[in-house]
Design a protein around this ligand. Sequence first.
Ligand code: FE2
Ligand code: FE2
Ligand code: FE2
Length: 424
Amino acid sequence: MGEIISSREMCRLIVNVLKLKDRKIITHCERTALLVYYMLKSEGILEEFEIADYVFLTVLHDIGAFKTEDTSKGLLSFEIEKPMAHSIYGYLFLKHLSPFGDRAKILLYNHIDWKVLKGIDFDMKKMSNVIGFAERVDLYNHIKGSRFNYNDLRSKQGIKYSKAVFDMMDIAARKYEVFDKLNEEQAHVEFPNLIEGLMYSDEEKQRLAEMLLYVICFTDERRLRRTLASVIIAQEIAKYLENIDKDQMSKLYFGAILHDVGMFSVPQAIADAAELTDEKQIKAFRRHVDVVDNILKNRIDPEVYAIAVNHHERIDGTGYPRGLKNENMGMLEKIMQVADRAAELYIGRGEIKGRPMQTVVSIMMDEMNHNKFHRRIVVEFAENASDIAEKIQSTVDSMIEAYKRINLQYEQIKGVLKDPARPD
Ligand SMILES: [Fe+2]
Ligand SMILES: [Fe+2]
Ligand SMILES: [Fe+2]
């Protein structure tokens, strides 16, 4: 099978989607990743693909903040005043919901002072300190601009930061002139080059896509349930149709996971509205498809792209954004249209409550009779509806379990790792 998406594009996709959710945090993360790349390069020990791996981890170093902070407020103040909450959540999310379980602890410790870290039995503590130092340098550089020089932090050498990280930064600054590049545009342009060496397996990419979904749904559990339901419905229907092979199954999976990542661009009130009353609101709601289009175009397998961007099309040509008709769409796209609609009816959205599966089935049959959906697909859905409902339930149960586990471990760690008494 041709690759559905390259490792590098998978990571760019994640970064671009997270940026829609919070530009401020992610641009800080991209700049920090740039610093980490050149610091590690200056050391000359790691191979390019190993550096790439840490660069990507660095980009994710603040994802815990999506859970713990009201990111619309305060200029990254959580980083300086009370950093433990987002560190712990970032660690737990990566540990439980990503392919980086073994490296997740690096994030747990990146705000811990070097003199404490030194005594902790953890073999990647050096990397924690590298990221911790880089992210602090970026923050101050960003806030203070040219009034800041990383050497201002020398008084913390041996206390907050190891000597090694200063040595690395010295070379990164001199040899690679990293501070000339430390701005939003440059960091964004350079980022793809820094992760060129990444090599994730198909399974890891799948887990990355799931991780992305979990992160963007931190504050909207129902959106997560709805997307997971659409994944299950699409895959279950596909199982019963002939001629859908393994490759197509996996395309359907990625398409379903990613189809609504553009919803961040829609104001919450409009995303949640039971009814959209005027043209302007309708336009704003529909924009989420254009956003997905932008993010996926030419970066992912064309069939996956089509599955994602055509999920609101209808076979009679009344859908959006393009008003495509039956003959212009493939089977996978039509499966996604049914799955997305059925998942929305079943789980609900915003002010709209979910409905019992039997009601969902009759609405779907009715819409099918009005030539909105492919007949065979809706029939397969209807015939297997109770199985599908069970599968959705068990997936949702295990998701709630994972969240519970994470919250429990959060409380346990929080009791041990305290915020620093005084920020630097
Ligand atoms: Fe942080
Ligand atoms: Fe940070
Ligand atoms: Fe949608």
